[in-house]
Write a protein that binds this ligand. Structure first.
Ligand code: GAL
Length: 329
């Protein structure tokens, strides 16, 4: 047996044995193939994470080569330590719902849980091949990893919307972040049932994709990338005391010549941690010609006091209980 398949088989078996998938084994290798419990590279590109109880669910674009051409797919994976993931379902296997034509797109899915209606609500960017439909699609489901049903598409608050991001504040309020090409980057509150985008919190007049927000130690940090398509660029951040702003100037999250180490932001994930809260940068390393092989760059951020830095990618470990991380040499 080849070394690669030996390793993949070992990972698959280890993930199935509860005694081996201990929490301390949470090791991350930015940029590497990331096998799920079946040994298949995770398909959750441009994704987001929802925590339900002790379980994290990772949703993202499923670009598997075996997918049907005319359909668009979202996959869902589950984990309790963020490193070892079990494939749960292709929660979306959608045929073109708005007659957008060949090359229609469904990108950057994000799932919210609405407690009052007990529904899981999935937002995604829906578009035609020319990217001028510029709308969000909404799907719902009664279970986190069931088959999501298409509900509708619309332009949030009447504005163009391409890349989207999600933000859930410490008080549980849910926000959609969306890139509005003529104006900039908007953060808007969802309606009580999460099926609509109801109230604009702010317009940051900066043109940014891959938008994400985190609330850390009394400050909001907004992050995003420049508009260079699949090509990496220097991602930037700004801070504000309130979501409504005023927001600071945007600064680089890493030396600009590194182009975010070849990645593009998709989410800032906060881990509560009994010892320390941690914020993880989740980014995509796109491979536009072989999208199914696009990689992930996750690293714990250096964050606080209004500063945010993405360290150079290296292997690292996370203790999901305490929030402690160790970055390799
Ligand atoms: C990127 C965007 C991706 C995808 C791509 C298409 O800027 O973040 O989600 O839309 O452009 O070129």
């Amino acid at each position: 047996m080849e070394l690669r398949s030996l390793v993949l088989n070992f990972c698959a078996v280890a993930a199935m044995l509860p005694c081996l998938s201990v929490k301390s084994a949470a090791t991350f290798q930015p940029g590497a193939v990331w096998p799920d419990q079946r040994g298949q590279h995770i398909q959750a590109h441009g994704g987001g994470i929802l925590k339900v109880g002790d379980t994290f669910y990772w949703f993202g674009e499923d670009r598997s080569q075996t997918n049907q051409r005319g359909r668009r797919y979202v996959a869902c994976y589950a984990s309790t330590n963020l490193a070892q993931w079990t494939f749960r379902n292709q929660v979306v296997k959608q045929a073109d719902p708005e007659n957008l034509g060949r090359g229609w797109i469904l990108e950057r899915p994000k799932v919210f849980y609405n407690a009052p209606t007990k529904k899981f609500v999935l937002y995604a960017h829906i578009d035609n091949g020319r990217y001028n439909f510029a709308s969000v699609a909404v799907f719902t489901c009664d279970t986190v990893d069931g088959d999501y049903q298409y509900l509708k598409s619309f332009r949030p608050l009447g504005h163009e919307s391409r890349d989207i991001g999600q933000f859930i504040d410490d008080d549980g309020a849910a926000y959609l972040i969306f890139e509005d090409r003529p104006f900039g980057f908007r953060i808007a509150k969802l309606s009580a049932d999460y099926l609509n985008v109801e109230k604009e919190m702010c317009l940051i007049p900066q043109h940014m994709e891959g938008g994400a927000v985190v609330h850390y130690d009394g400050l909001y940090y907004a992050i995003g990338s420049e508009l260079t398509g699949w090509r990496a660029n220097p991602n930037k951040y700004a801070t504000a005391k309130s979501l409504a702003g005023p927001w600071s100037e945007f600064k680089d999250i890493a030396p600009p010549e590194k182009n975010t180490y070849g990645s593009q932001s998709t989410m800032l994930l906060k881990i509560a941690g009994t010892k320390t809260p941690r914020v993880i940068f989740m980014g995509d390393i796109w491979r536009p010609q072989t999208q199914w092989d696009s990689r992930y760059l996750w690293m714990p951020l250096e964050i606080g006091g209004g500063k945010l830095t993405l360290p150079e990618p290296r292997e690292w470990t996370l203790d999901i209980t305490t929030g402690e991380t160790k970055i390799g040499k």
